[in-house]
Design a protein around this ligand. Structure first.
Ligand SMILES: NC(=O)c1ccc[n+]([C@@H]2O[C@H](COP(=O)([O-])OP(=O)(O)OC[C@H]3O[C@@H](n4cnc5c(N)ncnc54)[C@H](O)[C@@H]3O)[C@@H](O)[C@H]2O)c1
Length: 342
């Protein structure tokens, strides 16, 4: 089997997840890790046995042993490494959201069009078995005609206050709303036509983090399906899992309900707290990185090696970002907004 050389740009929480999978694949070799923070680049390089580390993206792009890169810089900082990778001819796994501004989206699309580079956007919920089974049921008509969806995907308040240093430069809509919108596009099999969003900003602002607490929105799809979505960053830390996830898919002949917060099978009661240890998203079993969040990264490597098309491409990321931009506009204007894709 052909082996490909891989690099990771942004060696934070998720860059480390990429490095973990890249380093464990027999068909790949983790060549280098890049982070503007030298200590992170050095640490992740050492922990996962990479050959080199860098603090400069352009320097890393000159590394001829690297054929493809994973981009895991903060939400608002994907453009620069993406454009550099296109110019250097390195294939790309870019974390969600693809980009957070119109200008970034256009410049990334332009750079990609001038290259032969292949791109996957890491919307890993599309590898969640519960979601894939539901999508298959919908496609096979088991629910009749899909009428409406409810999708709530929230984070405990630890995430914007302690985990992410850059929460106020992003939004729960970018961080989790992008998954919500992409997963709905996958389930509904159609594009979002119009959105109406309402937001509140109080709890995090009082804690010194200038970002909205929550968004509630209605999405109308081109095929008539209506979805209600909720994304918030203020779930109490006592929630049994870091996410709070509830989904309902209503068809003319059937319905699917999911409680993915508690779909962890295991209830754990410790002296200080009770929780549901993760067995679905990214557990490590006998040293192997399992779960759907690792699986999407692994799928990137496998498809790249086999020369197969990725399951989620640049256009998916582009369209999701356009929907999120429309949601912000709607929340600001307090009016429904038609999504402009071009
Ligand atoms: N944390 C999660 O649960 C999670 C899950 C899935 C996807 N993601 C996505 O992954 C991306 C990274 O998130 P994270 O949680 O790992 O953030 P993080 O803050 O832990 O890591 C980001 C890293 O990028 C580095 N960086 C910033 N600018 C850089 C540049 N120009 N060149 C090189 N390195 C640079 C930072 O020093 C930092 O180490 C985000 O887009 C996020 O939405 C995060």
């Amino acid at each position: 089997m052909e082996t490909i050389g891989l690099g990771v740009i942004g060696a934070g929480i998720w860059g480390e997840a990429q490095a973990r999978v890249f380093a464990s694949e027999p068909s790949a070799e983790l060549i280098a890790v890049c982070d503007v923070r030298e200590e992170r680049a050095r640490m992740v390089k050492k922990k996962y046995g990479a050959k080199r580390w860098y603090t400069d993206v352009e320097e890393m792009m000159r590394d001829e042993e690297i054929h493809a890169v994973g981009i895991a810089t903060p939400d608002f900082a994907h453009r620069e490494p993406f454009v550099c990778a296109c110019q250097a001819g390195k294939h790309i796994l870019v974390e969600k959201p693809l980009a957070t501004t119109e200008e970034d989206l256009l410049s990334m699309r332009e750079a990609l069009s001038r290259s032969q580079v292949k791109v996957m956007v890491d919307f890993h919920t599309r590898w969640n078995p519960a979601i894939v089974i539901a999508q298959r049921d919908i496609q096979e008509g088991k629910l009749g005609e899909l009428m409406s969806c409810y999708y709530r995907l929230n984070d405990i308040i630890f995430v914007p206050t302690k985990m992410l240093s850059w929460a106020s430069s992003s939004s729960i809509l970018w961080f989790l709303g992008s998954h919500t919108v992409d997963t709905l596009r996958f389930l509904v099999g159609s594009e979002v036509k119009r959105v109406y969003a309402v937001s509140r900003k109080e709890v995090l602002l009082k804690m010194g983090i200038d970002v909205a607490d929550l968004y509630q929105a209605i999405l109308e799809f081109e095929n008539g399906v209506v979805a209600t979505i909720e994304n918030n960053w203020i779930v109490p830390n006592t929630n049994p899992h870091w996410n709070d996830i509830k989904i309902n898919l209503l068809g003319s002949k059937g319905m699917i309900s999911m409680d993915l917060t508690n779909n962890q099978a295991v209830e754990r009661y410790l002296e200080e707290r009770s929780d549901h240890p993760d067995i679905l998203i990214m557990p490590t079993v006998h040293g192997r990185a399992l779960g759907f969040a690792h699986e999407s990264i692994r799928d990137f490597v496998h498809r790249l090696v086999r020369g197969e098309e990725f399951l989620v491409g640049f256009e998916d990321g582009y369209r999701v970002s356009k929907v999120i931009l429309a949601l912000f506009q709607s929340a600001e204007e307090r009016m429904p907004v038609e999504v402009q894709y071009e």
